[in-house]
Design a protein around this ligand. Sequence first.
Ligand SMILES: [Zn+2]
Length: 436
Amino acid sequence: MLFAGGVLLSGCAQGGNPAVSQGANIAGIARLSLTPNSLALLPGQIKLLTVTAYNAMDKTIAVPKTQLYWQSADWRVAAVDATGRVSGTSPGTTTITATAADGQVRASVAVTVVNLRIGQYEGDRNAALSMTFDDGLPVQLAVTVPILNSYNLKGTFYIIANQPKDSWNGNSVSHTTWTQWQSVQAQGHEIGNHSMTHAYLNTITDPAVLDTEINGAADLIAQKLGHRPLTFAFPSSAWDAQAIALVLQHHIAWRDNPTGCFSPVLPLSTATGWIDTALRNQSTGKKNWVVTIAHGIDGLGSAPCTSQFLQQFCDYARSKSSALWIDTYAHVASYIAERNAATFSLTGMTDSSLSFTVNTSLDSRYTQPLTVVYTPANATAIASASAMDNTTGAPLPVTIKGSTIYIDVAPGPDTVTVTTQTKKCFTRRFPATTFR
Ligand SMILES: [Zn+2]
């Protein structure tokens, strides 16, 4: 790109110290070229521009980088140092210009610092709710599960592994069967591990016994349900460091953040207040993840709440679902772990598309899709958008709100491409360039 007759811009580049020439073009530079010819970066990311100088015969000539004057048109978006290292600062667009020391010859590249991030919770909601139910009670199968199903909400049932039977005795009050829990699991609820015998795990000194209570229970649930439990709840909240360490060897999370328990005397307003508090909380820690614990219902089982209480709580939670993500303990725990471990890399960008990968170093148990939030530069509104996993060819779920696109992506090595039709403030042409 040739800018003939340019004037040295005022304001010195970071680290740049142009030796202002006495006459014309002491370096003999007739033309400069920068590679790549456009740049996309994430905030905090650094990429190096390579410069090539040509003389009047259009032959490449050596030019020390320090003889060039580097400048960013908007330092709030991206900075450049005296060697052409460009670092993204915050989302936006800018132009990086290299000027020969005499100020006569320049080359520029358009730089976009991409506005791409992981949503705090699914759908970029700012709070989450996991409803957990302990002890694998028969009345939960009869009453609790149908109520959750009627609201299309998914709960987490922490079962005691030695309790369910293989066969039905005809008495729905006295026991549950593995077939029933298989059915609950198939309806989308989580079956979690609540130990083998509901022992106080902080009092067990024999490592073999502790292993049976934690790992043996997980093995048995996996054998009976075909799916290894992902999360663990300590019976009677009795834990110690040894038991926690063993749990985390075999599960992705344990219920370490209960907000409160349902009971016959808990006012509904207290329970709905937990949701309100979480929705108001702006932190990104676990404070805006509401975790309820319940046992019995309608007079059966310990600390029973009523059907009406559970229904009213579900009603309230559902009414907040645009800002509150309601899902199982495992799904929320997995999302948080993935969100905290995720790294983006950009693999390509055009005027109407962005390609990236979102990867974690986590193992195959972490499968919860992350909501990637993307706001194209200069977009005032998105007319339409689609996203695809380039490896499988599968379309990915996309939601558009104003000028922002939300894409649900399972982290992994596959490249995802988002294609948009935007209404822009102005048009900046981006050549189809592959970035590495
Ligand atoms: Zn329990």
